[in-house]
Ligand binder design. Structure first.
Ligand code: ZN
Length: 89
């Protein structure tokens, strides 16, 4: 998997975690913690090649051939603190 838009250190990584270890009520996701929120977004980025449905359809939208393709490259979409808001392929 090739990931476009990687950064050595994104801005959001400078936001300190404000969770209290062992205290579930003060730990993300029950408490608001931007660090953990952005970390979760980052961890949702696929690290390995994956397959997507790529069926061939005719002009009426009917599937004429079932096939899939392997996605080997994605591009990260970043927000205001370089957090991951999505990715495209
Ligand atoms: Zn946290």
């Amino acid at each position: 998997m090739k990931i476009n838009g990687l950064k050595k250190r994104a801005l959001w990584e400078n936001i300190e975690c404000c969770c209290i270890k062992g205290d579930i009520e003060h730990t993300y996701p029950l408490s608001e913690c931007n660090h953990c929120k952005f970390m979760e977004c980052w961890k949702s980025v696929p690290q390995k090649d994956f397959k997507v449905n790529n069926d061939i359809v005719d002009k009426n939208g009917k599937v004429t051939k079932k096939q899939s393709k392997t996605v080997k490259e994605i591009t990260l979409v970043r927000g205001s603190v370089e957090d991951i808001i999505g990715w495209t392929f």
